[in-house]
Ligand binder design. Structure first.
Ligand code: FE2
Ligand code: FE2
Length: 197
């Protein structure tokens, strides 16, 4: 068991490096700040999903790997996969996970989490791990209001457009949360909304 645990840690480290490199390739291609996607989306989604897994009693290993790969297809080819990235990210992750020693049952759970993280498309969630990832992603969007505004500024969007877009994104993200996570985020959500007009 100890050996298995050690192997898991080692492989997980390799997967972190692989996804980080892919996210930097994406930043370069999309002409956004180098390292932005990794630092302000992927790492916070992993952190928030894991925090919820501990809170709600989910399998932390499944949640961590699912969070790491949840937007992977977007990082590979945004134009091609953006509308189907909840399906494609799991499909692309599967051979990578197999090559890193993960078994089919584990991969199946990871793929289910990735599939249902896109709450605007997939409404029903079956496992606590699926809730952890979808809520972890939505909580990150609420927490990252400031980074999204900055990013829109770099792009040259107007203050009015940034206000409307980010306000709407925060409202939509909150609406997607499970009842437990809504309760957890309620005070912060109401406070953040006050800065928008
Ligand atoms: Fe996504
Ligand atoms: Fe995401």
């Amino acid at each position: 068991m100890a050996r298995l645990k050690g192997t898991f840690m080692k492989n997980l480290e390799k997967l972190y490096k692989l996804v980080e490199a892919q996210s930097k390739a994406y930043d370069k291609h999309e002409k956004v700040k180098d390292g932005q996607t990794w630092k302000y989306h992927l790492l916070p989604v992993i952190k928030n999903s894991l925090m919820l897994a501990k809170r709600y009693g989910g399998d932390v290993e499944v949640v961590e790997v699912a969070a790491l790969f949840h937007d992977y297809a977007n990082l590979v080819d945004f134009e091609k996969y953006s509308e189907t990235h909840h399906i494609a990210s799991g499909e692309l992750a599967e051979p990578i996970l197999l090559a890193h020693g993960y078994g089919p049952a584990f991969i199946d759970k990871v793929k289910k989490c990735i599939y249902s993280h896109r709450a605007s498309v997939v409404k029903q969630k079956f496992s606590v791990e699926e809730v952890c990832l979808a809520d972890g992603d939505a909580i990150t969007h609420i927490n990252n209001a400031f980074e999204i505004i900055m990013w829109m500024g770099y792009r040259g969007d107007s203050i009015e457009d940034a206000n409307a877009f980010v306000k709407r994104k925060i409202q939509k993200s909150y609406a997607k949360l499970s009842e437990e996570s809504k309760e957890y985020m309620k005070d912060k959500y109401e406070a953040i909304l006050k800065i928008f007009y």
